[in-house]
Design a protein around this ligand. Structure first.
Ligand code: SF4
Length: 394
């Protein structure tokens, strides 16, 4: 079905995609444009054209009538934007939708891509949450991954973020990297905790075909850690971070009390959101809207007035989405909500499918909520979710 954007749902979250990076990390299969180590938003013609098109797209979008409560700049490397470009995007969002005074405005940033005037400009523009792509605290591992930052960049980035008073700081770490031992992983976790960020995100490396790692390594081959070690890495992270006072509130995310990421919760709770930029998806009223994934096609699409190819998500897929996303959260999904939205019969079917996992204690029903146990259920979430996918999809 093809139609213009018509919103029947109140939407208060927006994702903005900035697909530019200085170089390509060896494990990355995202569709990004590499602009080299020296260019950035104010000097890259490609970025200038992209921001102009992005702001045009936002200006063309119908509003749902709700102020934005969360905005998330993701990429790519959004911290390559100039302060002026960030201000332009926020200004058009504010004009079009209104930004709530208390809105969480997050940006993914990479160490080494900003200096003090730059981060100070971001802070004044409204950025109040930074997700810093640290990935590892060992110079050799950063090199092994093809990251463009070094250890010094990490510590000076944190110092600058603190200096300008950004209240929410999340550190991203990756486990399962080549040459990463359990001891090295423990060192990264301890260094992260010593920085006392408000939030920590942990990703387990996946070897994707088509990446440099995909060419060098087969999953399970040395120097990649074995499955046994990566499981130990997950347990160690859970043990160390919860021991340091972080709540393990989502499979891959830990937060100090009252510091969870509000924007990402919108996805996990399967709530509606706007998405802007090349390849970004928006989701509202059970409909998913995806923008073109290639630059010229995206530019042409905006020029043609942003007519969306929209797919209505069938009810059984909506049920799967709700489970797949909701079970990522420690609190799981509410049984009553499932019954009201999808009917008693469907929920009974889910119970039957999940029974073997309840017996294994990977799945629990506590206080009227269906949830995965921590860490066992989280560790085997792939098995639980793929079984649900297979059986519900029949
Ligand atoms: S910085 Fe992030 S998006 Fe860019 S290449 Fe590296 S992993 Fe991919």
């Amino acid at each position: 079905m093809e139609q213009n954007l018509v919103f029947t749902t109140m939407v208060d979250a927006a994702y903005i995609h900035i697909p530019f990076c200085r170089r390509r990390c060896y494990y990355c299969d995202f569709p990004v444009f590499v602009i080299g180590e020296r260019l950035r938003g104010e000097t890259s013609l490609g970025m200038q054209q992209y921001v102009a098109t992005l702001t045009e797209e936002i200006a063309n979008t119908l509003v749902s009538g709700q102020y934005l409560k969360t905005i998330f700049f993701g990429g790519g490397t959004p911290s390559l934007l100039s302060v002026d470009q960030l201000q332009q995007i926020l200004a058009i969002l504010d004009r079009r939708f209104g930004i709530d005074k208390e809105a969480e405005i997050s940006m993914e940033m990479d160490p080494g891509t900003f200096d003090l005037p730059h981060i100070s400009g971001y802070r004044h523009a409204g950025i109040n949450r930074i997700s810093l792509g640290v990935q590892a605290f060992q110079a050799e591992l950063l090199q092994v991954c093809g990251r463009s930052h070094n250890l010094g960049d990490i510590f000076s980035a944190i110092e600058m973020i603190r200096q300008v008073g950004v209240p929410e700081l999340s550190l991203d770490l990756i486990s399962g990297l080549p040459h990463q031992t359990l001891e090295i992983w423990q060192d990264s976790l301890k260094q992260a905790v010593a920085i006392t960020p408000t939030h920590v995100s942990i990703y387990d490396l996946t070897i994707e075909p088509g990446t440099a790692f995909g060419r060098y390594f087969q999953p399970g081959d040395r120097p990649l850690p074995t499955d046994e070690i990566t499981v130990k890495m997950y347990r160690l992270a859970q043990h160390l971070l919860t021991g340091a006072g972080y709540e393990h509130y989502e499979i891959s995310n830990y937060a100090q009390p009252r510091h969870q990421c509000h924007h990402n919760r919108v996805y996990w709770e399967n709530r509606p959101y706007y998405g802007f930029g090349m390849g970004a998806a928006s989701y509202m009223g059970g409909k998913r809207f995806t923008r073109p994934r290639k630059t010229q096609e995206y530019y042409q699409w905006v020029k043609d007035g942003c007519v969306i190819n929209c797919e209505v998500t069938p009810v059984d897929e909506m049920l799967l989405d709700t489970l797949m996303l909701g079970l990522r959260l420690a609190e799981g999904v509410g049984m009553q909500m499932l019954i009201e939205k999808f009917g008693k019969q469907n929920v009974e079917k889910i119970f039957r499918i999940l029974q073997p996992f309840v017996e294994k204690r990977w799945v629990q029903i506590v206080g009227g909520r269906l949830k995965l146990s921590d860490p066992e259920g989280f560790l085997f979430s792939n098995v639980v979710l793929s079984t649900l996918f297979k059986e519900l999809g029949k």
